[in-house]
Design a protein around this ligand. Structure first.
Ligand SMILES: [Zn+2]
Length: 179
């Protein structure tokens, strides 16, 4: 199934959002992505107007690669910023060929991490996804990108149950007899 994304011209974005995307594109040039040849830059903006950025960081073991969103969210956290309201994501392929046509959206793991940032901020987060030459964009809320998300509210619905030790059926692992 082909993914359909509603796009708009980059020029239609508000000025502050265009600036945020430009920061994301700028930081994408610092991506360390020798294995995929795919550079991603992210810029997050807080309610108070602070901006934090990150680029993807790959690894020879592939699975340890760090997404640009993770880098930017970590940078924001390091500076005590818990009121993120907008995230700009810009990506493009630079090897073996240069291709900046497609709009890049956050991967599943990053959507979950952005959702957590939404919980901390207590307000929905705007996610602006752009192509690599900043000619087109798609704007989502994180709630749109991650419907029925798992979070602390979902986790706490289990808090009414007794702990495993006192549960009438006890924990299945504790029922095993060792001979
Ligand atoms: Zn990701």
């Amino acid at each position: 199934m082909e993914l359909h994304i509603e796009t708009l011209p980059f020029s239609a974005l508000p000025n502050a959002d265009r600036k945020l995307c430009e920061r994301a594109l700028e930081v994408a040039s610092r991506a360390y992505a020798p294995y995929s040849g795919f550079a991603v830059g992210v810029a997050v903006r807080t309610a108070s107007g602070k901006v934090f950025v990150g680029a993807n960081l790959e690894n020879a073991s592939y699975g340890l690669s760090i997404c640009a969103e993770v880098a930017a969210l970590t940078e924001a956290n390091t500076h005590g910023a818990d009121d993120i309201e907008t995230i700009a994501v810009v990506g493009y392929k630079y090897a073996p060929i240069f291709d900046h046509q497609a709009i890049v959206t956050p991967c599943g793991r990053c959507r979950q991490l952005i959702w957590e940032a939404r919980c901390r901020a207590r307000s929905d987060i705007k996610v602006i996804c752009c192509n690599g030459d900043l000619t087109s964009a798609a704007v989502f809320s994180i709630a749109e990108l991650l419907p029925a998300a798992f979070d602390v509210v979902a986790l706490r619905q289990f808090d009414d149950h007794p702990p495993a030790e006192t549960h009438p059926h006890s924990h299945p692992l504790k029922q095993r007899r060792v001979s």
